[in-house]
Design a protein around this ligand. Structure first.
Ligand code: SDX
Length: 421
């Protein structure tokens, strides 16, 4: 039996055989065979938009690998900065490569003073940090006009700047929202500890984060670093396909992540748990979800039809965090929700399991982050994944994204002057 499919056009009786390669069927063949007839897949639920070597998901078996390495091993043994190198360059770094990479990232954490003084300080005190982040990332493109040069060595410079500056922009947005002075990066600290310093430092000469919390945040950064063709990565590749510069493309991806169906879900989970209020209200809430009146935030996934492997690791990490911070009182409600949902046919039939966002918000809240910073905490590490996809797209020299459509509007009709309407 050949690894292929045969398409027959019953209007003509003609057929073509198309090979199945890498789990897919190339559209070129059937586009020629069926001119003007399109396979309709509005949310790309069954359509591949890219051939990518960065991340592999197996939704049925709950598998996630970055460049072939299982997420469980990376979370256990690696660091976000090393994983970022792996995603961008395709291989784990040698000690010398890692030291160069760490030096470059550490020495590009500063932002131009005007980004802080002119942009961040121009926002309302209660501006949502994601709105500030999207805007300031886009603004960076005006500070680095040579970023329009998409040659590999120039793109790589912007990649280092973006990975390095995201924590600075993120913490700056937070400090502005609470009326605290901006904290400059401390180059003697590692990636996660420096971010925590820029978030929480007050009058002390140096902010030393609790090592257990810094490590837990670094693990969360690893888990959020990439996730193949998710909504925001598709935005990155779409905008990148027009050859917009890396800052503009990253701003578009960050904007896509903001939505509550995507990166905004971790914030929505905490709001949901808070609204439920107590364990004994869980059954009533589950009934509202089953009646379609509510959504079980942090549950369900387009790809995972099994437990999201990241949720399992985050749940383990939460125990280490709560050992330092004290248990988040919403955890018991979350555990009860999970227990009830995983034994209810409504969720089982729809293969709805906790996803990456179900427990992450509990950790962020226990670590003192306000809810409107949760999606920002997702955007910081996902920048490495977005940029890996941007680089891959340019290297593949793929064409500009331009899907077709099924036109279902009015047939042709003549204009009617307003006095005759
Ligand atoms: C992320 O793509 C990625 O990789 C994303 C991400 C990443 O790392 O980039 O993993 C990060 O975005 C995780 C998802 C975070 N979002 C949430 O937790 C929000 C709540 N979840 C959903 O809105 C939903 O599950 C989605 C958006 C995640 C997935 O939506 P799909 O694939 O379009 O699924 P669907 O809406 O077609 O749902 C299938 C059925 C429907 O029921 P029926 O209409 O068939 O009766 O399941 C139901 C849905 O109503 N359903 C839910 C549900 N999610 C789906 N019912 C209740 N609660 C939910 N959370």
């Amino acid at each position: 039996m050949a690894d292929s499919i045969t398409i027959t056009d019953n209007r003509t009786g003609e057929s073509i055989e198309v090979p199945i390669i890498d789990g897919g069927v190339d559209a070129t063949a059937w586009a020629k065979f069926l001119p003007g007839t399109w396979f309709h897949d509005p949310s790309f639920g069954a359509t591949s938009a890219a051939a990518s070597a960065i991340t592999e998901l197996d939704g049925e078996n709950g598998i996630l690998r970055y460049r072939g390495y299982p997420i469980e091993q990376l979370a256990e043994s690696s660091s976000y900065l090393e994983v970022a190198y792996l995603l961008i360059h395709g291989e784990l770094p040698s000690p010398e490569q890692f030291e160069d990479w760490r030096y470059e990232i550490t020495h590009h954490t500063f932002i131009h003073e005007n980004v802080r003084k002119r942009f961040m300080e121009g926002f309302h005190h209660d501006a949502h940090p994601m709105g500030i982040l999207v805007s300031t990332i886009a603004a960076l493109s005006t500070f680095y006009p040579n970023a329009k040069d998409l040659s590999p060595e120039v793109v790589n410079k912007q990649v280092i700047r973006l990975i390095a500056k995201m924590p600075t922009l993120a913490a700056g947005a937070y400090r502005h929202s609470v009326g605290m002075p901006f904290v400059y990066p401390d180059n003697s600290l590692d990636f996660a500890a420096n971010f925590l310093s820029m978030m929480w430092k007050t009058a002390e000469p140096r902010y030393d984060a609790n090592p257990a919390l810094a490590r837990a945040l670094d693990v969360l950064f690893i888990l959020h670093a990439d996730h193949e063709q998710n909504c925001s990565t598709t935005a990155m590749r779409t905008v990148g396909s027009s050859h917009a510069d890396p800052y503009i493309a990253t701003a578009a991806a960050t904007a896509a992540l903001y939505g509550p169906r995507h990166g905004g879900a971790n914030e929505a989970v905490i709001r949901m748990l808070t609204a439920i209020g107590s364990i004994d209200q869980v059954p009533a809430y589950i009934e509202q979800v089953k009646a379609g009146e509510e959504r079980l935030q942090g549950f369900g996934h387009r790809v995972y039809k099994n437990y999201d492997p990241r949720a399992r690791i985050i749940k383990q990490t939460s125990e280490e965090v709560f050992a330092v911070t004290g248990k988040n009182p919403l955890l018991d409600i979350a555990l009860k929700l999970e227990e009830v949902a995983l034994s209810d046919s409504y969720f089982i039939d729809r293969k709805l399991y906790p996803n990456v966002d179900f427990y992450s918000g509990l950790i962020y809240q226990a670590m003192g982050f306000p809810m409107d910073m949760f999606t920002v905490l997702f955007a910081i590490p996902r920048t490495a994944g977005w940029l890996a996809h941007y680089i891959e797209l340019l290297a593949q020299d793929s064409r500009i994204y331009r899907p077709r459509q099924l036109y279902v509007g009015h047939p042709v009709r003549d204009y009617v002057p307003i006095e005759r309407r």
